[in-house]
Write a protein that binds this ligand. Structure first.
Ligand SMILES: [Zn+2]
Ligand SMILES: [Zn+2]
Length: 89
């Protein structure tokens, strides 16, 4: 999935948590954004949680191709490993 830059998306709200996408402050994790192939944008943490249960876009129902979903899952796994290591240290 793309990591959209500020101003590159027409959306201002994450449709999963209904929070603002480009809020100043807030936790670092929530400031990371991800754009689905259908070009809907969400917080990375929100869309990753969502994709664990459902591979469709919560806004338009676009079904993530299984190849793309597999890559996202790999990325989630590596991120979790990294977070786990941070927790141990
Ligand atoms: Zn969100
Ligand atoms: Zn969509």
């Amino acid at each position: 999935m793309h990591v959209p830059a500020a101003g590159k998306t027409s959306e201002t709200e994450c449709d999963i948590c209904l929070g603002e996408l480009f809020r100043d402050g807030g936790c670092e994790f929530k400031k990371r954004l991800r754009m689905m192939p259908c070009s809907h944008t969400f917080h990375q943490s929100c869309i990753w949680d969502w994709l664990l249960d459902d591979r469709r876009c919560p806004v338009c129902g676009y079904a993530m191709p299984s190849e793309k979903r597999r890559r996202v899952e790999e990325e989630m796994d590596s991120q979790r490993l990294r977070l786990a290591r941070v927790n141990i240290n």
